[in-house]
Design a protein around this ligand. Sequence first.
Ligand code: NAD
Length: 415
Amino acid sequence: MIAVLGLGFVGLTVALGFAEKGVEVYGVDIDTFRADLIRNGKIPYYEPGLDDALARNINNRFHVVPDLDDVPDGVDCFFICVGSPQIRDGNADYSKTFHAIREILDSGFEDYFTIVIKTPMPPGTMNKVIVPYFKSCAVNLGEDFGVAYNPEFMREGKCWDDFINPSRIVLGVNNERDEKIVSKYYKQFDAPVVSVSYTTAEFIRYMSSTLLATMVSYSNEMAQAAKAIGDIDIAQAFKIEQMDRRWEENTMKGYVYPGCGYGGISLPKDTKDFVCLAESCGADMPLLESVINVNNKVPIQICDEIAAKVPVDKKIGILGLTFKEGSGDVRNSASARIIDRLLQIGYTQIYAYDPIANDDYAAEYGQNINYCFSMKELCDTCDVVVIATPWRQFKTVGEYAKGKPVIDCRYMLDA
Ligand SMILES: NC(=O)c1ccc[n+]([C@@H]2O[C@H](COP(=O)([O-])OP(=O)(O)OC[C@H]3O[C@@H](n4cnc5c(N)ncnc54)[C@H](O)[C@@H]3O)[C@@H](O)[C@H]2O)c1
């Protein structure tokens, strides 16, 4: 039996994934609206596979309860999946994680249990912040309960597949007892379970994010160079590069392709936080600094290109508002940065359409733009169409644009 605190993309996937494997799972979220929706069998966000998994497991092996007082004794692991610490000016705010820890400790569970932190935290946080926090709470860490760090590598849009079919499971532990308790739950997954120190586990998670961010910025920088040199078919060049045998069957190659820059909840934050931490420890980070700079510049370059071709009194249609296709997440989406910039330049007639995220986007950004209900409506309304998220259905944009200019920022039309 396990409990999961925080039912966002990560926590809900973790909870349903373990339930699917036959584990009795209790889930809590301080957002009562979100918790109620899930209890009633509804997913609060778009994430393929989760709706079916919820239908199979809710009130069967997965129970959403108001708080930890409703979780029975005998839970082996409490997975903390709350939002990651906000880091500003080198100072991190760990209050969400502390609050979740406090709730577990105050709930009076008697049998030994392991608190498993899944929230990404900069390397060193477990040893320098989390373990000292337990000590400050005057509790018997190591005797009454233990703590492990278990980074998550799931991709939004593919959370379910990635959790159910993981490539590796990383456990940051400092004793055999916690290692045994947590790995018992992961034995049912067909993947190696690798136990390492707390800091190594934290570091691995940031290595993963920063490497992906680097590949994205490399691709965007190369695309800029290709444009400057001229007479280069950028999409074709990247496709041919990906034909190299060393990329075969390698889904990483999706990151080596130009577009609008990386976004979402993980890569921008992880890369920035990691540079901040490493530099505060005395490391020089010129490569990752450049990765961030390149990413920040992409929407500016895209808007400069649009401005060079399209007068400000024209109607511009933006196709796609989520940060990537297949996900409903609009956080840090390139579309938002492009639209902000277009508004700054002076465009006043901006229309947008996303197959699933118009409402979430409007609520998150509140920009002064108009929304369309279909690709056809957007193409009929606008003078120019900009593809900002590569939803597969946008490949047919030519049928609706009927000769109007289409600016394909994702290089998806001729790919
Ligand atoms: N989304 C991804 O694909 C992904 C992948 C890997 C890692 N991450 C990281 O994992 C973290 C969580 O991601 P997410 O998308 O699930 O975040 P999220 O913000 O959507 O969800 C966190 C949830 O935790 C709840 N919560 C906060 N404090 C709580 C408490 N004390 N008790 C119970 N519930 C509490 C919030 O109400 C919220 O619903 C993020 O910081 C992100 O960087 C995300």
